[in-house]
Design a binder for this molecule. Structure first.
Ligand code: MRU
Length: 351
């Protein structure tokens, strides 16, 4: 199965199920998972079977619609209570990507319209989840078009983690300009950071871009500086999990280091993200909760035997926050925001 023939998050109306590609098995195996109960939807988000900010949001929205339609409540009020509970539970799966909270809040808001029956309300939730999926596809395509203006034939483009099609429904955010470049016959040299400890760059970005026919080179995270020093990188584009009102951007651990390096080498550093990732209610990066994950992801995962002394203390923050002063621009579906971000993000958001 070619992953480019399937969307990352699907709503199977007939089977009343959330369908995702199990990303923990990639690149070795492309397996679809059909999820219908609360615990398995929560677990899929928590353990990164579906991951990447926009994909988490879309999966939570579809998950909430599926759970609502399987509840068979007696009244609209009973349904509403159930949806609130399910939403709070799914929201606790991961703390950093704001798209999760954005999508769940958008789904809950549908119920504010008030309904005469639970069935009508469920149908509205289904439609909202489908709208979130359709908008994500359109939004990412627009991010691609806006980002494409920054690219030229022959450029070296560095990306980190997976802000690709597998992190959204289709196209990705950071990768959207790369896919559009490919469609238009532009030749790019793409460098994908491996992205320790969960290897989203190696397992997902290198995989999806090479499957699409892109020229992609994989490197360990600690090789980014030498790639820049050797003049291989003309631009860095990463995604984001939450962007504060002042432009500070949380993204996969290691992104901050790249931004610092890019500044040193005079290389433009861009973040690509939809407005659903921009959280204007968070004033700056210090208010963003960074997910801390289990130390075994650093010491044991992927290794045939443990690669660290027993009992060693381990730091495993899943994200870091890049200060807005290090970001050249934020590529959104509405255009590219430039400093001063407080003003430019606000203006774009009102368009
Ligand atoms: O822990 P993950 O794999 O969910 O982290 C994903 C990232 O950090 C992505 O760069 C981000 O969500 C942008 S997705 C378009």
């Amino acid at each position: 199965m070619d992953i480019h023939d399937i969307d990352t998050v699907l709503y199977d109306r007939a089977g009343d199920a959330l369908v995702i590609i199990d990303q923990t098995l990639l690149p070795g195996e492309v397996r679809l998972l059909s999820l219908t109960d609360r615990d398995s939807i929560y677990e899929a988000i928590r353990s990164l079977r579906v991951r990447g900010a926009p994909a988490i949001g879309a999966a939570a929205a579809v998950g909430l619609a599926v759970l609502a339609s399987r509840r068979a409540p007696a009244s609209f009020e009973e349904l509403r209570e159930g949806v609130k509970e399910d939403s709070a539970f799914l929201a606790s799966a991961r703390p950093t990507a704001v798209n999760l909270f954005w999508a769940l809040a958008r789904m809950e808001k549908v119920l504010d319209r008030g309904y005469g029956s639970a069935e009508e309300a469920v149908e509205s939730l289904r439609r909202e989840a489908e709208a979130i999926i359709a908008e994500d596809i359109e939004t990412c395509r627009r991010i691609g078009e806006n980002g494409l203006a920054l690219l030229r034939d022959g450029m070296g483009v560095l990306t980190h983690c997976n802000a690709g099609k597998l992190a959204t429904v289709r196209y990705g955010t950071a990768t959207a300009p790369m896919y559009l470049a490919l469609e238009r016959g532009m030749k790019l040299r793409i460098y994908a950071d491996e992205t320790r400890p969960l290897l989203q760059g190696a397992r997902l970005t290198a995989y999806e871009l090479s499957a699409a026919g892109a020229d992609v080179t994989l490197q360990c995270d600690d090789m980014a500086a030498s790639a820049m020093a050797e003049g291989l990188i003309d631009i860095v584009i990463t995604g984001a999990d939450r962007i504060a009102a002042n432009g500070d951007a949380a993204n996969k651990i290691g992104t901050l280091g790249l931004a610092v390096l890019a500044k040193h080498y005079g290389i433009p550093f861009y973040i690509a993200a939809p407005f659903s990732t921009i959280d204007l209610s968070t004033p700056d990066g210090s208010a963003i909760v960074v997910e801390q994950r289990d130390g075994s992801e650093v010491t044991d995962l992927w290794y045939a035997r443990r690669m660290a002394p027993e009992g060693i203390k381990v730091r495993n923050p899943a994200f870091d926050v890049t200060d807005h002063s290090l970001i050249t621009g934020i590529i959104t579906e509405k255009g590219i925001a430039r400093p001063d971000y407080k003003a430019s993000l606000r203006t774009l958001s009102e368009e």
